[in-house]
Design a binder for this molecule. Structure first.
Ligand code: TYM
Length: 332
């Protein structure tokens, strides 16, 4: 079985529809066909300030949401990044394999550091993508299912893997990004020129998976659409309507042409009303499933403990191989 690895940050509570449609949904599908490793990346989360209790709670909440979305611990390895110390250990080595200029070209770093300001821009934020390189390479991942915004980080991973392999002999699998074109980038409902994002979107622009069903529906109903009247998929001319069609298609399995047909001759109202209902019907049972997992934190922690054990079985031998190749003296 080919292997996949991906990760998601446990930041501030709920995942949003972009996380789900861009990434997590693919994770669920891939656990059936691939040897799948999925991490809640808490080490990445602390690249911006986190409150300790809040981080603990959002890490459990993240795991609960992943289970509620359909990850099955019998079919995949679900773990918390900080439980597997090899991530931080390999990241140091990868820091020493990554050029400063190469890291400086990462557009997410530029965006995030602009937002954080000089004081909030830590070295950790700068080296964030290198930790991601380590996450991926530790598992010999063949593919990395992510949204479009992560493409550059996967490219960096490939470059660093090839550099290491060139210098020390074949060690790492050079991974490929797995990005589904249709849902690679879900846009902000209020400003469809930017992606839906925890940090950049206004509350009204973002559907959280943990939203109250009625609140989620309201956000869809008040989504910004263009001034035209025809329901047509045309991201350049009609970014708002196209985004709604993308979400509609992804949640129902209908195709875009089928939807254009369905809403032919209608204004935007029916599209929004129907999609609002679909989204509300999706979040309602999702929230209940999440709550079910949160109600039993001991069981949740046991799932994560087992996941960490399974992850370390793969990560530890690879780290040992790397340490040996770079010339570290064996510890025993
Ligand atoms: P994160 O936590 O920001 O987002 C998790 C996943 O959601 C995708 N995503 C989107 N997809 C489509 N439309 C959107 N509007 C949208 N917003 C977010 C992201 O592309 C991502 O796949 N650096 C990663 C976490 C990470 C990781 C890894 C990923 C750490 N280590 C190793 C893969 C492999 C991140 O910040 O994702």
């Amino acid at each position: 079985r080919p292997r996949v690895l991906s990760g998601i940050q446990p930041t501030s509570g709920s995942f949003h529809l972009g996380n789900y449609l861009g990434a997590v949904r693919q994770w669920v599908a891939l656990q059936e066909t691939h040897d799948a490793f999925y991490a809640v990346v808490d080490l990445h989360a602390i690249t911006v300030p986190q409150d300790p209790e809040g981080l603990r709670a959002s890490t459990r909440l993240a795991a609960a949401q992943l289970l509620a979305a359909g990850l099955d611990p019998e079919r995949c390895t679900l773990f918390v990044q900080s439980h597997v110390p090899e991530h931080a250990q390999l990241a140091w080595v990868m820091n020493c394999m990554t050029q400063f200029g190469e890291a400086g070209r990462m557009t997410q770093f530029k965006d995030k550091s602009a937002k954080q300001g000089a004081e909030g821009t830590t070295v950790g934020l700068f080296t964030y993508p290198v930790l991601q390189v380590a996450d991926i390479l530790l598992y010999h991942a063949d593919q990395v299912p992510v949204g479009e915004d992560q493409r550059q980080h996967i490219e960096l991973t490939r470059d660093v893997a090839e550099r290491f392999n060139g210098r020390y002999g074949r060690t790492f699998t050079v991974p490929a990004a797995y990005i589904l074109k249709d849902t690679a980038k879900i846009y902000d409902l209020q400003d469809p020129s930017i992606k839906m994002s925890k940090s950049a979107s206004s509350p009204k622009g973002i559907v959280n998976l943990m939203d109250e069903p009625r609140a989620a529906a309201k956000k869809i109903k008040s989504a910004v659409t263009d001034t035209g009247t025809v329901v047509r998929f045309d991201p350049a001319a009609k970014p708002g309507v196209s985004n709604l069609l993308t979400i509609y298609a992804a949640l129902t399995g209908l195709t875009i042409p089928e939807l254009e047909q369905k809403f032919a001759g209608q204004l935007y109202g029916p599209l929004k009303t129907e999609l609002a209902e679909i989204v509300a019907d999706w979040v309602a049972p999702f929230r209940e499933r999440v709550q079910g997992y949160l109600d039993d934190p001991a069981a949740l922690d046991a799932v994560l403990a087992r996941g960490a054990d399974k992850a370390r079985e793969v990560a530890a031998p690879l780290l040992a191989e790397v340490y040996d190749k770079i010339g570290f003296l064996p510890a025993h």
